[in-house]
Design a protein around this ligand. Sequence first.
Ligand code: MBD
Ligand code: FE
Length: 286
Amino acid sequence: MSQEVTEFEATAADSGGRATERYFENHATSLDTPKERVSQLATEVLTAVHDVIRRHRVTYDEYQAVKGWLIQVGADGEWPLFMDVWVEHVVEEVATDHREGSKGSIEGPYYVPGAPQLPAQCTLPMRADEPGTPLLFAGQVTDVAGQALAGATIELWHADDYGFYSQYAPGLPEWNLRGTIITDEEGFFAINTIQPAPYQIPTDGSCGKLIEAAGWHAWRPAHLHLKVSAPGYELLTAQLYFQGDAHLDDDIATAVKPELVLAPRPKADGTGNEVTYNFALDPARA
Ligand code: MBD
Ligand code: FE
């Protein structure tokens, strides 16, 4: 008889491979960028690398070690993880610096479009014995003037109590802790889920090797991922964190903003925690 594979058997190469596959499913890999812009950006990136080599007198041994490491990042499927942990936060900063509504944050490598649609008051898909503290996450979606947005879409996804994401670790139900929630006539939502746990990016792959070699740590604070949208408004991609988390100030992915920290309180009936958070969407730009 074959043994059931569980989430605890997750490997960096496994989740990396899935993230790499998913990347190619969801993204166009060609963009009609003018030659002048490609040349300028590529030249400046390469020049920055050359400058580091000169400034620090990088040796042939170091050059070959880096080359091997880069090859292995690809072999592990960890380019999505590498890019989203160490680069995406600056792209997000530039892309959203005009906004007046809610702050956003990076998408990260574990988003999956098309999660089951749920009404404004709902429970995220989860196992019957899903471990973790229950969390009631409620609020309202409005525009920047405070006008309620009925029928807005909230895509919510997060890791389980052990830090694993469905579809990226084995053994989890396909849509575990992932849902697409539609706000009610007054823009409200109230979602039952569990509070995710602090999370370490995979330590047994190439990104983990870099972290270990540099003496860094692999932690992200516990977080909820969201995409909030409504026709005529800018898509808000965000993460929400939890007050008191040990890694709010040293997130390996540099994706925490003070406006994104939740302070849940115990529910009066003793069945877990609850918290309110409201989203204000910026109008789409012409
Ligand atoms: C995550 O769960 C995440 O959100 C990011 C940004 C990077 C790695 C793992
Ligand atoms: Fe995440």
